[in-house]
Ligand binder design. Structure first.
Ligand SMILES: C[S@@+](CC[C@H](N)C(=O)[O-])C[C@H]1O[C@@H](n2cnc3c(N)ncnc32)[C@H](O)[C@@H]1O
Length: 321
């Protein structure tokens, strides 16, 4: 199976197991009858969650308790969770790279494995930022394409605060959600099909182009866990016959948007890595693969594309031959 789905074993809630929501209401504001944070959650709540298949029922119960403003809301949230909605969509947020990311119903829940994409992108951004600053004193430009909630772009911007952040997605629900995460970081969100959503002025200016596009092969969608299959949009999961349909389009057009020396980073699966690499090479970029066994994560990087500037512009550059 490809990796673009809830991880096997522990569910996606693993991130929050050790990090309860920071937005938990203070004890003094808790409604009557709400147990203190360090008390065990009510047994009936835990058993309801466990009966619904929540492996980490106690942790989830604590999170639901902390998120609910009172017993009626707790019931509503629990009903949604028991009906199979991803915990992050029920809580309205996910922890990602140490950030609290707003996640709305019908929007892809950022996966832990994508934290590796952020790490790789942040490292590339820091290197590119130094080069850009030395050469032109301009701000580094980061683009998160297929941004979903905007988690990846927001996390890269948090790691490289001087960056100018752009994000885009075809799904209006994702665009709305991404605005909540990207705009506070000073970024801008666009809606539309891949690069068609973007202002033309961004062409040739993107220093770090990061993309976690859908990469599940169509025939494997029915085998995804119900949390993903039933509660995340097909557009966020379905990557076409071999899973690489959207990715290939992202990669093929990337050289036109990258700055000279800009870097493309694409999340993929170990099994699909050869296809992703081939697409990067076909776009005229030099491919490099990085993996993180702990997160079961694979990222293919592409660098050094054909210059987006026409030959005349290059010839007039200082020092050009
Ligand atoms: C796997 S989700 C990843 C979301 C986000 N990057 C993350 O890691 O949490 C893929 C996203 O790609 C978007 N998408 C799919 N096809 C697209 C297209 N043609 N143009 C722009 N976005 C697209 C989906 O709407 C979805 O939000």
């Amino acid at each position: 199976m490809p990796d673009n789905r809830p991880q096997d074993g522990p569910p996606q809630t693993a991130v929050r197991r050790t990090a309860p929501p920071q937005a938990a209401p203070p004890q003094a504001a808790a409604p009557p009858g709400t147990p203190p944070q360090d008390a065990p959650p009510p047994a009936h709540l835990v058993s309801r969650l466990r009966a619904a298949g929540c492996v980490f029922a106690e942790d989830e119960a604590r999170l639901l308790l902390a998120a609910a403003s009172g017993p009626a809301e707790l019931d509503r949230l629990t009903d949604r969770r028991v009906a199979g909605r991803p915990l992050e969509q029920v809580l309205g947020r996910a922890e990602f790279c140490g950030l609290q990311i707003a996640v709305e119903p019908g929007v892809f829940v950022p996966r832990r494995r994508s934290e590796f994409l952020v790490r790789e992108a942040a490292a590339a951004a820091r290197a590119a930022g130094e080069a850009a600053a030395a050469a032109t004193a301009r701000r580094l430009v980061v683009l998160d394409l297929c941004c979903g909630s905007g988690a990846v772009g927001a996390a890269v911007a948090a790691a490289v605060p001087a960056a100018e952040l752009y994000a885009a997605d075809v799904d209006p629900a994702a665009g709305r959600c991404a605005r909540r995460n990207v705009e506070p970081a000073g970024g801008a969100v666009y809606e539309g099909d891949l690069y068609a959503a973007l202002p033309a002025a961004l062409r040739g200016r993107v220093d770090v182009l990061v993309a976690n596009a859908p990469y599940v092969p169509t025939a494997e969608i029915p085998f995804l866990p119900p949390e993903a299959r039933d509660h995340e949009p097909l557009t966020a999961l379905d990557g076409g016959a071999d899973g690489l349909g959207v990715q290939r389009r992202v990669i093929a057009e990337a050289p036109r948007w990258l700055s000279p020396g800009g870097v493309l980073l694409v999340e993929t699966s170990a099994r699909q890595e050869p296809g992703t690499r081939a697409a990067v090479a076909a776009a005229g970029l030099t491919a490099h693969t990085a993996t993180c066994p702990d997160l079961v994560a694979t990222v293919v990087t592409g660098r050094g594309g054909r210059s987006p500037h026409p030959p005349a512009a290059r010839a007039s550059a200082p020092g050009a031959a």
